[in-house]
Ligand binder design. Structure first.
Ligand code: NAD
Length: 488
């Protein structure tokens, strides 16, 4: 069984960690590898290599830097089946979902290939007679990426391509629960000709994260994970003088109006709620019906939930895989029970899910009706294939419900009314809006924009926000008199 190494400088090295964490296939409990919970000293070594690499890499012209990304795109595409298989084995999602997330990651590599244009500054000639002023962008230094378990390939790629194309060096700290996907991707990064130390990988958990947050040579931190940890990382990184962006958890409502296309809306909402076993920060977790939409939608979503096939993500015909761990399954089952105790009806109960021959953390789609908007189930991020149903009389009440949430990652409206859609788009206080869409995931050239308890920071992941985050702005004011000695 492999004890995973870290990539420090140019070498994959054995970790000196005193503790290792088992990485298990969530569909079978098969042991896949062991993640070292790397120490502060290992982060320190990576940071020092990162500083050296940065000094060289920042001087490489941006047109040359992006050549690495063109090679990376080709390598990721050539190895996409292999990477997707690794993701399915360690994370549990279906092979199609794993391929899909990698493609969304590759889109960020493509956008960052435009860095020669994206990194341009601006200038004014003659701000005073003979004086010019310009803004140029320069890389920040050593940057760290701290990732969650649910998108092992895509989420580090929300940041990595922009960071290196801007001239930074990067330390990636993958989720200790799914370290294998990023190990393979970083092996491919090493084949692009990128100088040693520009991209490094340190496995680990809290100790490694704290070492990153407190290290004086690490200048910027990009974090994605639960809101509790996001809030902590944001505060701790800021306290140590770093720039920081932290994407947190979510509780995403979708609103169904009576004029929505019922068949299409149900299919889309079921995909959103139960796809990736509900372990998506853009998963629909609350469906709010308005007026007469209640009965037909409830009936249709029950049928859609019951029709989904659970199983091992590499098997054909499987719609959703297991949740990440037995502890996660227990936590989700506890939340379902607490919702039931608070008066909700479990109209589809997936808790007894079994997959013949597999000992996985399986939980089939579950639907609860009549959920109390103020109760624990409605307020807590469940992160499993569980959809809560609520009902309100009109669009205003639905928007009020969206705006009361502590989270603000996404909200969606299903309707055929342009006026309702426009009102919703304008008034819902969330960062990503979907109209007749269930997973409003921004393309790589738009910011992944969470609000409220779903995001801590100002510059988001992806696109131009990524360029702003990974560069410092420098302003230069210049005077070049023709005859210096005569004028002064
Ligand atoms: P998590 O917060 O448990 O872990 C995220 C990272 O933080 C990991 O690398 C982990 O090692 C580290 N970490 C965990 N506990 C820590 C602590 N106490 N101190 C320092 N570091 C710590 O999140 P997860 O369970 O891996 O991922 C699921 C969460 O991520 C969900 O809440 C989901 O909504 C969120 N998420 C958000 C987005 C988004 O774009 N907003 C995207 C994906 C996932």
């Amino acid at each position: 069984m492999e004890n995973l190494p870290n990539l420090i400088g140019s070498d994959w090295v054995k970790s000196a960690a005193p503790q290792f964490l088992d990485v298990k296939n969530p569909a079978t409990q098969e042991l896949l590898a062991r993640t070292p919970l790397s120490t502060r000293a290992e982060v320190d070594r990576a940071a020092r290599c990162g500083v050296e690499a940065f000094d060289l890499w920042r001087r490489v012209p941006v047109g040359e830097r992006v050549q690495v990304l063109y090679k990376l795109k080709r390598l990721l595409e050539e190895h996409s089946d292999e990477i997707a298989k690794i993701t399915t084995l360690e994370c549990g999602k279906t092979f199609a979902e794993s391929k899909g997330e990698l493609l969304r990651g590759i889109e960020n590599v493509e956008v960052a290939c435009g860095m020669p244009t994206l990194i341009q500054g601006y200038n004014n000639e003659d701000i005073a007679a003979g004086v010019d002023e310009m803004m140029i962008r320069q890389p920040v230094g050593v940057c760290a990426i701290i990732a969650p378990f649910n998108f092992p390939a895509m989420i580090p790629l929300w940041f990595l391509p922009y960071a290196i194309a801007c001239g930074n060096s990067v330390i990636i700290k993958p989720s200790e629960r799914v370290p294998l996907t990023m190990k393979r991707i970083v092996e491919l990064v090493s084949q692009t000709g990128l100088p040693a130390g520009v991209v490094q990988l340190v496995n680990g958990g809290k100790e490694a994260v704290d070492a990153i947050l407190q290290h004086p040579d690490i200048r910027a931190v990009s974090f994605v994970g639960s809101s509790t940890v996001a809030r902590y990382v944001y505060g701790e990184a800021a306290r140590h003088g770093k720039r920081v962006q932290c994407q947190g958890g979510a509780k995403n409502p979708v609103i169904v109006l009576p004029d929505a296309d019922l068949e299409m809306s149900t299919k889309i909402i079921a995909d959103s709620a139960f796809g990736c076993a509900g372990q998506r920060c853009l998963a629909a977790s609350v469906a709010v019906t308005v007026g007469s939409a209640k009965e037909p939608f409830t009936e249709a979503i029950i049928a859609a939930a019951q029709a989904r096939k659970i199983g091992f993500g590499l098997d054909a015909g499987v719609d959703l895989g297991p949740v990440i761990s037995p502890e996660s399954k227990q936590r989700i089952m506890g939340l379902i029970e607490s919702g039931k105790n608070a008066g909700a009806q479990v109209v589809v109960d997936g808790r007894a899910a079994q997959v013949p021959g597999k000992e996985g953390n399986f939980l089939s789609p579950t639907v609860l009706a009549g959920v109390d908007p103020a109760g624990e189930l409605a307020q807590t991020e469940i992160f499993g294939p569980v959809l809560s149903l609520m009902h309100v009389p009109d669009v205003d009440a639905a928007i009020e419900l969206v705006n009361k949430s502590a989270y603000g990652n996404m909200a969606c409206l299903f309707t055929s009314s342009g006026a309702a859609a426009r009102k919703f788009r304008s008034e819902a206080r969330v960062g990503n809006i979907g109209i007749n869409l269930g997973v409003a995931a921004p393309m790589a050239y738009f910011p992944f924009s969470g609000w409220k308890g779903s995001f801590f920071g100002d510059l988001h992941a992806q696109g131009r926000d990524g360029v702003d985050f990974y560069t410092e702005k420098k302003v230069v004011v210049e005077r070049w008199p023709k005859d210096w000695t005569r004028k002064f």
